[in-house]
Ligand binder design. Structure first.
Ligand code: UDP
Ligand code: MG
Length: 316
């Protein structure tokens, strides 16, 4: 049994060596052969130098792929999955927020026949406001999207070879991996672990990025929001038609009614707002179609120590 560990790294010079030591220590105690697949996602610090140094002399267990620029974590995961040759693959962060000790448990569950073993973090130590917002978001999203998204579930998981191949067979450009993992299905189990703080370095998430991520989650997996636009339009049109009849009848009975300026303004502004929102929504979908039709690769590789046949497989 051969296990691949996929690690996307962006500006992780502060923690990458520590991670490498910890993970190798853990893997040495497990009954598997292993390979580490580091993906340097266009780091601007010394991450790539560190990876080169780590891989020197142990090319058979440590591979790295370095991107030409920052393509985002989703692209990093994809490159890692493409590079991985193992019978099973574990995806984890470089900052040790995903405890390596859990891999043993994941392996046991994998050997018991599961294809996706998800480690879900609790929200210990998160800001209460952020926790509340996340809860609300997931409750809302799960009403809407066709795949199940779970709070606290991230990318930390073990995937069987057939689950990895299934993921790699999905060609889309916009990769919202939380949704993709859920979409492929297979026998899935989840267990919880206590949330840990980052060992060193800084989080790459800014609030704007989180909001964008949230929008991706909502519209990556269905067109129900567009359906909502149709219903909202129908509803408003019905209200307007009814109101027009009422006003006409009133005018016929009482004569024309000049006041009502505020009502008019509110109606115009309100409708304008809704229209803008719906246009934006449609624009989001069209934007996605635009990117899909370009068929650009998900990432460009600048440097790798992967074997030649490996780098052919790396071509996106
Ligand atoms: N990461 C990446 N590309 C990016 C941003 C992040 O490969 O553009 C990696 C990062 O190096 C880390 C993981 O994704 O290994 C999670 O990032 P981070 O710890 O900043 O996120 P958080 O844990 O705060 O959600
Ligand atoms: Mg982190």
């Amino acid at each position: 049994m051969r296990l691949s560990i996929v690690v996307p790294c962006f500006n992780e010079e502060a923690v990458i060596e520590l991670f490498d030591a910890r993970i190798r220590q853990t893997l040495a105690t497990l009954p598997v052969e292993y390979e580490l697949c580091y993906v340097d996602d266009g780091s601007r610090d010394a991450t790539l130098d560190r990876l080169r140094a780590l891989a020197a002399g142990r090319e058979h267990t440590t591979r790295y792929v370095s991107f030409s620029r920052n393509f985002g974590k989703e692209a990093g995961i994809l490159a890692g999955l493409k590079a991985a040759t193992g019978d099973a693959v574990v995806i984890m962060d470089a900052d040790l927020q995903h405890p390596p000790e859990l891999i043993g448990r994941m392996l046991e569950l994998h050997q018991a026949g599961h294809d996706q073993i998800i480690a879900r973090r609790t929200r210990d130590g998160d800001k209460p406001l952020r926790t509340a917002l996340s809860r609300l978001y997931y409750r809302m999203v799960n009403q809407w999207v066709d795949v199940e998204l779970t709070d606290g579930v991230g990318d930390f998981r073990l995937l069987s070879r057939r689950a990895v191949d299934a993921l790699l067979s999905l060609p889309e450009y916009n990769r919202f991996s939380k949704g993709l993992f859920s979409w492929i299905g297979f026998d899935t189990v989840t267990f919880d672990y206590r949330n840990a703080a980052r060992e060193a370095g800084q989080t790459k998430w800014r609030i704007g990025a989180l909001v964008n991520y949230g929008i991706d989650g909502l519209i990556s997996f269905n067109n129900r929001p567009l359906r909502l636009a149709i219903y909202a339009g129908l509803g408003l049109a019905t209200v307007a038609a009814t109101y027009a009849v009422v006003v006409t009848v009133m005018a016929a009975i009482q004569g024309p009614d000049v006041p009502g300026y505020v009502t008019l303004l509110v109606a115009i502004v309100g409708l304008g707002g809704i229209q803008m929102l719906m246009l934006g929504l449609i624009g989001e979908y069209i934007g996605r179609i635009y990117y899909e039709t370009k068929r650009r690769p998900h990432f460009l590789v600048k440097e790798t120590n992967a074997a030649p046949q490996g780098s052919a497989a790396l071509a996106p």
